[in-house]
Design a binder for this molecule. Structure first.
Ligand SMILES: *Cc1c(COP(=O)(O)O)cnc(C)c1O
Length: 378
């Protein structure tokens, strides 16, 4: 173990990821395939390890954004289907044949490039066509689908196996936009089933949880599999209680030093915090380079001895100071939980996200990707 992992580490529990997959699969039913989205290094949990955990839970379909991620999964022995959802450079087309990857396309140039490599290899590539039903991001417009599918049919080494789309606001169970998008996708689904596209998919975590009519043959779940609800803290609590989808990531560190200072002493760069009385401060080795946003300066908190210790002053690159005046006996080497549980108290990715006005997704990515990870059994 390196010194860095001893000072601070992300602790991931693959058994929870495995259980989350099983629980979500049970909820959507055996007739619906669950694609596990493992982009973004599996939302910071470690792409290969998370994919393997989901596979142990029965997962056979994985989603990433690019071919680099997809090839990494394959080279690490992940079997099953791997969807590349964000597109690719035509020069990467050969990877789809070599590694048996499933492309998502939204341009005829991409279709042509794939057809060329498939022809060369004497094979057929099954593609999924991305349609924009209101996200206004990637995809052809719904009205363009029939002509697009016809073009693909004319390419002898391609087969359109499915159509897909993406929801912008399905985390809100009452969103009208989601109902409209479902209506549009349903009619595309019917058209496409007639012309042979059999695996159509639009649902993300929010839709998988709240819009059963949006499940079609497959859902693409990300955040729910990592134990968080796309709508944030309150919804995450409900989700944990009703579906047993639980967070699998914690961020732990230790106290480097404790010091007691007088009233009127400035703390950290810029002295944005000045002590209001005699104060005991613990310095911990976690800063913005470690994904702990500088926006948490004077706002965030950590857990020490099962109590909340507020951050004082600015967060530095690799350190910050927390107030332990009210917490007895804190000394160098004591455990600090930056995200996770200590006793009955918890700091979740939703809590941190609320403090800096973002979403759990970003917190998980930032902490997970910028720190050494330890995979813990049980
Ligand atoms: C990330 C992603 C998902 C999963 O979204 P969650 O809200 O995390 O469930 C689904 N589909 C696509 C295309 C994505 O990029």
């Amino acid at each position: 173990m390196t010194i860095e992992t001893a000072l601070r580490k992300i602790v991931v529990r693959p058994a929870i990821l495995e259980r989350n997959f099983k629980n979500l699969q049970k909820f959507v039913g055996a007739g619906t395939v669950v694609m596990a989205m493992v982009k973004g290094d599996a939302y910071g949990h470690g792409m290969v390890e998370a994919a393997q955990a989901f596979a142990r839970g029965g997962c056979t379909v994985f989603g990433v954004v690019d071919t680099v991620e997809a090839v990494t999964l394959r080279e690490n022995g992940v079997a099953g289907k791997i969807f590349v959802t964000m597109g690719f450079d035509p020069e990467e087309s050969g990877q789809f044949v070599k590694y048996d990857l499933t492309p998502v396309i939204y341009s005829l140039q991409a279709a042509q490039a794939l057809n060329d490599v498939a022809k060369q290899a004497g094979t057929t590539i099954k593609v999924h066509v991305k349609v924009d039903t209101g996200m206004t991001r990637l995809g052809i417009m719904p009205g363009e689908l029939p002509a697009f599918l016809e073009k693909i049919e004319s390419l002898k080494n391609l087969r359109a196996a499915g159509i897909m789309s993406h929801f912008p606001e399905s985390d809100n169970p009452r969103s009208e936009g989601t109902k409209k998008a479902i209506a549009v996708f349903s009619s595309l689904n019917e058209q496409s089933l007639k012309s042979g596209q059999t695996v159509n998919h639009i649902a993300n975590s929010g839709a998988a949880l709240h819009f059963p009519e949006a499940r079609f043959g497959m859902v693409r779940a990300g955040i729910a599999l990592y134990g968080y609800h796309p709508a944030g803290r309150e919804a995450t609590k409900v989700m944990a209680a009703t579906h047993s989808l639980l967070p699998a990531m914690e961020f732990k560190t230790v106290v480097l030093q404790v010091k007691e200072v007088e009233k009127g002493v400035g703390v950290s760069y810029g002295h944005t915090f000045v002590t209001g009385g005699r104060t005991r401060l613990a310095t911990i080795p976690v800063g913005y380079e470690n994904g702990f946003s500088r926006s948490l300066s004077n706002r965030g908190r950590v857990l020490i001895h099962r109590q909340y210790a507020p951050i004082r002053g600015r967060i530095c690159m690799n350190m910050c100071m927390v107030d332990v005046t009210g917490i007895a006996g804190v000394k160098a080497g004591d455990e600090v939980v930056v995200m996770g549980r200590q006793g009955q108290k918890e700091i979740s990715a939703d809590n941190i996200a609320d403090t800096v006005n973002t979403i759990s997704y970003e917190i998980l990515c930032m902490l997970g990707k910028n720190n050494k990870k330890e995979y813990r059994l049980g």
